[in-house]
Design a protein around this ligand. Structure first.
Ligand SMILES: [Zn+2]
Length: 333
């Protein structure tokens, strides 16, 4: 999580050994370093209430003038909101920037994506009409992971997201040593080739680790057999700002089914259930219930209302009790 449980929502997922990261929600981002933020390629917005969107400006300021394409996803209305934020500044002189910074903003419905493209070089004037493409069940699908979405009810749509890593490639250090190979950037490309399911007979070129040493050449399949161990991919779900209704409960249980780690809001304690209901938020016990019903192996609560400062333990206790009560009997957390 970007912030402590009383801070703005935000989940930062980095890819080990790659200059890349994903962000879920754009609350206050001041705790993330510029270095971390520069890695962000895709942002998944639950909804555009201020506490989920105020970090947009920090990201914009940092990326301005860089060669970069940032992709934002979220519920209908997101294009208008981003357009409004961009319209809040004066953009003369940006046409002189050598680098091209683009922001693609996609609104998702059950039928389609509507994507508006904003380019720094023309002062972030949106292209006339959004590009419409069919929604085929996922938000992003790449060789190594997929992001899916559920439109939940927060009086307005609030999107919950799920990340499924396809599989995990673990490099066996002892085998690397045995072959006299040094870990390096070539491993990233090697893994990418495996995720792309490249032809096993294709070549992997390992550059020399120091001058005077020869580079090495392997066949992808042979090298994978020697140095790679495959394990199931990690799964993560992110759910925030939702009413505890039957429809939401169904959708959330499905979205977070069996995930390794569920990140879920818990704005109120169970005593204040009526406030949670009125404001379309969850209590700690409700969050624990969802985590349990979904069979999440682990969960993290966030978005505590500031009225409960000092009562963090109470949140954990209420959630844990409900979690254990609802966990399917066949799952072992
Ligand atoms: Zn919120």
């Amino acid at each position: 999580m970007v912030n402590n449980p009383f801070g703005d929502p935000g989940l930062y997922i980095s890819f080990t050994f790659r200059k890349r990261a994903l962000l879920f929600d754009l609350g206050d981002l001041s705790r993330l370093s510029s270095r971390d933020l520069l890695k962000v390629s895709h942002v998944f917005i639950s909804h555009t209430h201020m506490d989920h969107m105020i970090g947009f400006d920090r990201l914009l300021r940092l990326l301005l003038g860089r060669e970069k394409r940032l992709h934002l996803f979220g519920p209908p209305g997101l294009i208008r909101n981003v357009k409004g934020k961009l319209a809040g500044y004066t953009w003369n002189l940006v046409e002189n920037y050598g680098n091209r910074f683009h922001i693609d903003v996609s609104e998702i419905t059950s039928e389609a994506f509507r994507t508006a493209q904003f380019a720094c070089q023309n002062g972030f004037e949106a292209d006339a009409d959004p590009i419409v493409s069919p929604f085929e069940g996922w938000v992003v699908k790449e060789p190594d992971f997929t992001i899916t979405v559920a439109a939940l009810d927060h009086l307005i749509p609030s999107f919950g997201y799920r990340l499924d890593e396809r599989f995990r490639i673990n490099i066996l250090k002892t085998e690397l040593d045995r072959l006299g190979l040094e870990a390096g950037p070539w491993l990233t490309e090697f893994k990418a080739a495996l995720y792309r399911s490249d032809d096993p007979s294709s070549e992997v070129i390992i550059p020399p680790s120091e001058p005077g040493v020869k580079g090495r050449l392997f066949q992808l399949g042979d090298l994978a057999d020697r140095i790679a161990a495959f394990s199931p991919g990690r799964t993560i779900a992110y759910i925030t700002d939702v009413l505890f209704s039957e429809t939401n409960l169904d959708l959330m249980t499905k979205l977070a089914e069996g995930v390794d780690h569920l990140f879920i809001e818990a704005a109120f304690l169970d005593n204040d259930r009526h406030i949670a209901e009125r404001t379309y938020h969850l209590t700690a016990g409700q969050a624990g219930t969802i985590a349990g019903k979904a069979g999440a192996k682990r969960y993290t609560l966030f978005h505590f209302s500031p009225r409960y400062k000092g009562q963090e333990e109470q949140f954990r206790a209420e959630a844990e009790e409900a979690y254990r009560e609802h966990l399917p009997t066949d799952s072992t957390p």
